[in-house]
Design a protein around this ligand. Structure first.
Ligand code: G6P
Length: 622
């Protein structure tokens, strides 16, 4: 998500840090900042909202920030809106106008990741007389390090390890202590962090592109490890503070490949980021085995008062709505209508005050979705936005907001944003059902534990991707493909079909399987590819019959189903199995092979999967 850089050596740090951050710019960010220290003087912090160019202007390309050690950060907001105050670095005291901190033995740091128990830690720190100037979990982490550092009068490594034991979540932390000039300390759990060392210099970064200019020999910090970086030297530590021996790795990628983490395209990188993004989104909404929507302003009384739900969105976000409507109606017994924002905004809206309008949007800027939101608001209807980009227009204008924690998505065709939106809708459904008394505590815990298994099951599917790669290569010359399914499976077909057509340019259509005989079946010719999604037990036999109807007209059948559910093998020519989860949530697993198939078809046709022709990532015009 965010970008971290650090430098210690004999050159001026700020220009090197700015350059490093520029190399991480492709990841997306909304604010940036630097902290540079000159000898044993107090650190100076400079931050800006917006582009790196503004940070460069504010510091005269780094020249006004004198010092040979420093850390820098580009932030993609998760806790707290994009603003100068919330931008990193954060300090143990407060930051004065001249960028110097009010704490004369200060700790200053930057962080990537999410501290799940930040609220609890913040309360502890407040009771210990700490004050907070930002809304970030990072400020809590830095003040926690400071708290242990001062309370136990221990060294930086001990202060960090005590903090790591208390923090839950993911983090890559880079910290400087005033009492240790010229040194940078780092700690890591579930967020990438690397170190490079050259003659008389030391570098830290969250990602390879920031280091490539200086060295190709990098050290990967492992989970729950720390490191101390001084000019020309690095020492690694485990959680007990014992030193750890580590070998460096030679990076052979060029800059372009490094930006994609070694993957050929952002899309496949983002497909692989899904287990992490799903887990982060789950953890941001579930605390101690309970779904917590209070941050989104949805209290129990509001939830009980909802009579109907309208889900409004565009593109893949609309497909999330299509899948969610089955889940909400089935689990929470609330009537749902899912609509395209471009249709919703121009029709006569018969909305009632007890309705809830849910707008789903990755970017939070899609013009039709934003206008639909405004229409609903103008009628006095409560609006809830499910958005990935913090501080975006839809997030700002909706009455309530839930953020997905997918991180920046660069590929035009969405994958991880779609998946996190769907998981968010599951959690919303389960909470609505529980609060409204439709499910009991046991069912609530059952659904929650099932949803929690999704990230690791997605991981398992990704381990099997070669079969799909082979299949896609075989069908790369295909002209048409049809996706069929019933109920929830139909909703997933819509997304699978879109993924295929938008990046491989193969004409594809998704059909409710029962509708085939009302027209589409006339298009089936010998060899036409028909993909059936079959995960809903009560509908399976019917879809198998529909597949058989296609086969008898010469279609080539691919079946997508779950392990042990049903044997499609007699009918289908190629069957792909995904693990099993409660049927309501199967879409989160079946969509993964369909994303992979779209991707592999695109590359086997020699296309740029990240930038399909005529399409934009964020559609801000009607
Ligand atoms: C574009 C993107 C899609 C996305 C749709 C809606 O078409 O390519 O991936 O689903 O816009 O965008 P939003 O940002 O509102 O989710």
């Amino acid at each position: 998500m965010c970008g971290i850089v650090g430098y210690t050596g004999n050159r001026q740090a700020a220009p090197i840090l700015l350059d490093g951050l520029a190399r991480l710019e492709y990841r997306g960010y909304d604010s940036a900042g630097l902290a540079v220290r000159d000898g044993d003087a107090s650190v100076r912090v400079v931050k800006t909202k917006g582009r790196l160019r503004l940070l460069a202007e504010k510091t005269d390309d780094g020249r006004t920030l004198v010092g040979t050690v420093g850390i820098g950060h580009t932030r993609w907001a998760t806790h707290g809106e994009p603003s100068e105050l919330n931008a990193h670095p954060h300090v143990s005291g407060n930051i004065m106008d001249n960028g110097v901190t009010t704490d004369d033995s200060e700790v200053v740091g930057v962080h990537n990741g999410i501290i799940e128990n930040f609220a609890e830690l913040k309360t502890k720190l407040i009771s210990n007389k700490y004050t907070f100037y930002s809304e970030t979990d990072t400020e809590v982490a830095i003040k926690m390090v400071d708290y242990y550092y001062k309370k136990y009068k221990v060294g930086p490594i001990d202060a960090l390890s005590k903090t790591m034991v208390r923090m839950r979540g993911s983090y890559a932390l880079a910290v400087m202590f005033k009492d240790y000039p010229g040194e940078i300390y780092v700690a890591r759990k579930d967020a990438p962090l690397i170190v490079g060392v050259t003659e008389g210099e030391g570098f830290v970064a969250s990602d390879v592109p920031a280091l490539l200019k200086y060295t190709r020999q990098v050290y990967y910090i492992d989970n729950l490890e720390m490191a101390r970086i001084v000019p020309g030297e690095v020492t690694f530590y485990d959680l007990n503070g014992d030193t750890v021996k580590k070998e460096s790795t030679t990076i052979t990628w060029d800059v372009e490949a490094a930006e994609k983490g070694g993957y050929e395209h952002f899309m496949i990188k983002e497909i692989h980021e899904q287990p992490r993004a799903l887990m982060d989104t789950f953890n941001s909404l579930v605390k101690e085995q309970k779904i917590d929507l209070t941050g989104a302003g949805l209290d129990d009384e509001t939830i009980r008062g909802i009579e109907r739900i309208h889900i409004v969105a565009c593109g893949s976000a609309w497909h999330v709505g299509m899948a969610s409507q089955y889940v909400i109606e089935d689990i929470a017994n609330i009537p749902v209508r899912t609509e395209l924002a471009s249709e919703f905004r121009y029709r006569k809206l018969l909305l009632k005050p007890s309705d809830l309008v849910i707008i789903i949007s990755q970017s939070g800027e899609t013009a039709d979705s934003l206008e639909a939101l405004r229409e609903a608001k103008a009628m006095g209807i409560r609006t809830l936005a499910i958005v990935n980009v913090v501080g975006s227009s839809i997030a700002r204008e909706a009455d309530n907001v839930i953020y997905t924690i997918a991180g920046p998505e660069i590929a035009v065709a969405t994958t991880k944003a779609y998946s996190t939106q769907l998981l968010t809708m599951y959690l919303l459904t389960v909470q609505f059902a529980f609060v409204r008394g439709v499910i009991d505590e046991e069912q609530y815990q059952y659904y929650l534990s099932e949803i929690k298994t999704i990230p690791s099951k997605v991981e398992r599917i990704l381990e099997n991707k070669e079969r799909l790669q082979w299949f896609a290569a075989k069908f790369s010359a295909e002209k048409d493909a049809f996706f069929i399914g019933r109920g929830l499976d139909y909703a997933i077909c819509l997304e699978g079909s879109l993924k295929m057509k938008e990046i491989s340019y193969i004409h594809s259509e998704a059909y409710a399987a029962g509708e085939l005989k009302h027209g589409t079946i006339s298009l089936i010719e010998p060899g036409t590819l028909v993909i059936g999604v079959l995960t809903q037990k009560h509908l399976m036999e019917k879809t198998v019959s529909n597949l058989a109807e296609c086969k008898s007209r010469g279609a080539y059948l691919m079946g997508l189903t779950s392990n042990g559910n049903y044997s499609l093998e007699d009918t289908a020519d190629f069957t792909f199995y995904v693990p099993r989860v409660d049927e309501h949530f199967m879409g989160s697993l079946t969509v993964i092979p369909l994303q992979l198939m779209g991707y592999y078809l695109s590359i086997s046709r020699g296309l740029d999967a990240d930038k399909p022709r005529n399409l934009a990532k964020s559609v801000t015009v009607e």
